[in-house]
Design a protein around this ligand. Sequence first.
Ligand SMILES: N[C@@H](CCC(=O)N[C@@H](CS)C(=O)NCC(=O)O)C(=O)O
Length: 325
Amino acid sequence: MGKLIEGRWLTDDQLREWEEKQYSEANGRFVRGVAKFRNWVTATGEAGSSGEAGFKAEAGRYHLFAALNCPWAHRTLIYRKVKGLENVVGLSLVAPLRTEQGWVFDNTEERFTDNLLGLEAMHQLYVKSNPDFTGRVTVPVLWDKKTQTIVSNESSEIIRMFNSAFNDITGDTRDFYPEALAKEIDDTNDWIFNTVNNGVYKSGFARTQDAYDEAVTALFASLEEIEARLGKQAFLLGDAITEADWRLLPTLVRFDVGYFTAFKCNLKALRDYPNISAYLKTLVQQPGVKDTIDLDVYRRGYNSKSPLRNPHGIVPVAPYVSFLD
Ligand SMILES: N[C@@H](CCC(=O)N[C@@H](CS)C(=O)NCC(=O)O)C(=O)O
């Protein structure tokens, strides 16, 4: 994967010692880092709940950098569709496999080219924004063309911006984070993030049996809870789609083709849960959402060659999933 250290790209080999120390300090648990660019685009250009002011919502000013396989980036791709932002916020997609240079535009397909800045790798964008940047080079990134800086590299905040900041421009006032449900959405997001969205990674990246057991047990306990909840109501928080549903979708669509095999999340397949399966189908059928899903990319991506998890790079067959029918 590699990482930027004071603006210089270091490959995995150069980082190995640093990474082993992190794992050993956490007793073999996978610990996710925290995003570093935390500004907010707002309707008026005032500062949001963190970061600097000056990022006013304007058509054509912002550009999203994303990867099709990344579940966090997937949230932002969904919001760009369901909030009618396709003609307002531009998009560049990196190739869906990380290389020694991290995320790159490899031009293997027309869609994996950066037509905005002609970048070869995402780390170039981070250095453009901050020449001394130290940290992980992650997607998604929301880029400001006007100031040539990264507004945010935190998906949970980018989707909140997309939910409301551009409403005057698009005329789309659908609200997936209504004030009255904010607390409930935040609480739901918390346990779903910890045990499901990130739970699959905690299972797949665990380096001790205990760390894996702990993560996989919590993951399936949450899926059972979600299954029961969806037996009583259409969506996680009642009869309308909220942010909590959009945040769960990326993990669900990757489950049977990726996490089940590659991350050993295999107590049950997602298709063994009838309520979750029906719910997923409803979400996927919302206008535009299907276009953000690429099962083949997930299957090849999660099961790609990895010295630790899949040394021979054998990709399992595609299981049948019904939510795209
Ligand atoms: N906090 C970030 C996390 C994003 C993230 O971890 N993205 C992964 C891809 S799924 C990434 O780019 N990883 C690169 C790396 O860790 O070096 C968000 O939710 O936006």
